[in-house]
Design a protein around this ligand. Structure first.
Ligand code: GAP
Length: 434
């Protein structure tokens, strides 16, 4: 992507309607972003591809969707009230707040060289109050991970679906963390979305299942077009592990700002089930019919960020290509991720019969594929516009189409064009997209 890679992607996102600064007309809310028409399609397609690979194509993972608001005891039992914090120092002059890790033993404020306070723990959970009265008894938290919603439903799932080990639960959803140093566009924000699997296993098979999931998840990113040289696995050192983890490997992407975490795959042991069993007084052990044993399963957790995936897929897909004297920007997104699959244009927008045929074709295709109609520019401009948002095929209706009932299809990546009969269009796209 060359120089200014992040700036180019951020600018494309705003210009073309993928991602906007939140509350833009008020000057934006720092590090908060809104997804526009193409952004939401891309994001939904990523979640759909994740669900397909992790729920529909497996026999051992069930989907669910827990509430964001949970009983405050969940976060005491999970250890988040006590352990989920960053050490931070405040500058006494400019009042900026810094993560201890980022200061790297610096004794002065990196911004204004002012004096720093002693490092203090800063809990990352957002607090709010449930109901009309703001008092301690009503204190609740916005969940900082979706995972706990699956742990606290473990008994419900056993009682309703009777799955046998090993089995998993999967969910996607919003999580919130009052990060001290958010940044890098949608990479680190305070409100974000996760895609998490909690995979329950016998303790004896935890190591092998951890390895299996690391490979399975790594291959998922490759299967959707992430370049192999930009993806790597990085096992955590003991000092980096979260309070609940025995081992963890990150899948990292080579972002323009350096290699950074896309997803972590952790062995959470039986920590969470034990904690919730103890705190709730409910028996959260698994009963093995064959051995008549009751025990707490271990949990292997592949936990990825939706927004980080959006950013990685956008950066991975962004291309600038020389076409004669021009440069075309094209998002070479995988076919399953492209926000729009087909765009239909009339070559001449002042010819009513051509416009009407193009609209009819677009309307017909919409029933099967995400299709848009556009007649707001000359053909060259319309192609470029669709390239920038990753549309896979453009269909052009011209004068000749009225006579021979054929249209021109243009391929996003090769820019090659072919004539095809209108009645064969659906069949053509079916073979390309399914
Ligand atoms: N349940 C385990 C867990 O939450 P994590 O490593 O803290 O583990 C998992 O988070 C994933 O969530 C990360 O790999 C990242 O993709 C995403 N994530 C975490 N914090 C984020 C933030 N502040 N902004 C955007 N994504 C974030």
């Amino acid at each position: 992507m060359g120089e200014n890679a992040m700036e180019k992607v951020v600018s494309l996102c705003k210009r073309r309607g993928f991602i906007f600064p939140s509350s833009d007309i008020y000057g934006g809310l720092a590090n908060t972003w809104d997804y526009g028409p193409f952004g939401i399609e891309l994001k939904n397609n990523i979640k759909r591809a994740w669900w397909k690979a992790n729920v529909y194509e497996r026999n051992d993972v069930l989907g669910m969707d827990a509430a964001i608001l949970m009983h405050p005891k969940v976060w005491e039992a999970s250890g988040h009230v006590e352990n989920f914090y960053d050490l931070k120092s405040d500058c006494k002059s400019c009042k900026k707040r810094f993560k201890e890790d980022d200061l790297k033993d610096k004794k002065k404020c990196p911004e204004c060289a002012g004096e720093l306070t002693e490092a203090r723990p800063f809990n990352l959970m957002f607090k709010t109050h449930q109901g009309p009265v703001e008092e301690a008894a009503n204190l609740i938290y916005l969940r900082p991970e979706t995972a706990q919603g699956m742990f606290v439903n473990f008994a419900n799932i056993l009682d309703s679906r009777h799955p046998k080990l090993p089995f998993g639960l999967a969910q996607t959803g919003k999580a919130f963390r009052n990060e001290i140093t958010p940044g890098n566009f949608i990479f680190r924000t305070r409100e974000f979305e996760q895609m998490e699997i909690e995979y329950f296993v016998r303790p004896s098979e935890a190591d092998s299942k951890l390895e299996e999931w690391i490979h399975y998840r790594f291959d998922w990113y490759l299967s959707l077009g992430i370049k192999k040289e930009d993806l790597r696995k990085r096992p955590h050192g003991k000092d980096e592990l979260a309070h609940y983890a025995l081992a963890c490997t990150d899948i990292e992407y080579n972002f323009p700002f350096g290699w950074s975490e896309l997803e972590g795959i952790a062995n959470r042991t039986d920590f969470d089930l034990r904690q919730h069993a103890h705190a709730s007084g409910k028996d959260l052990r698994y009963f093995d019919d064959a051995t008549k044993e009751r025990f707490f399963p271990y949990i292997i957790e592949p936990s990825g960020g939706v927004d980080r995936s959006v950013l990685a897929f956008l950066i991975n897909a962004y291309n600038e290509e020389k076409v004669r004297d021009d440069t075309r920007v094209v998002l070479k997104l995988h076919k399953d991720l492209s926000p729009t699959k087909v765009a239909v244009f009339p070559l001449l927008k002042n010819r009513a019969e051509i416009v009407s045929l193009a609209k009819k074709i677009a309307q017909d295709l919409k029933k099967c594929f995400v299709t848009m109609y556009d007649d707001t520019g000359a053909i060259g401009k319309l192609y470029r516009r669709q390239d920038e948002v990753g549309t896979l095929y453009c269909v052009t209706v011209d004068v000749q189409s009225l006579e021979d009932q054929q249209v021109t299809i243009r391929d996003r990546d090769t820019m090659l064009q072919e004539r095809i009969s209108i009645e064969k269009l659906k069949e053509f796209f079916n073979t390309k997209f399914n």
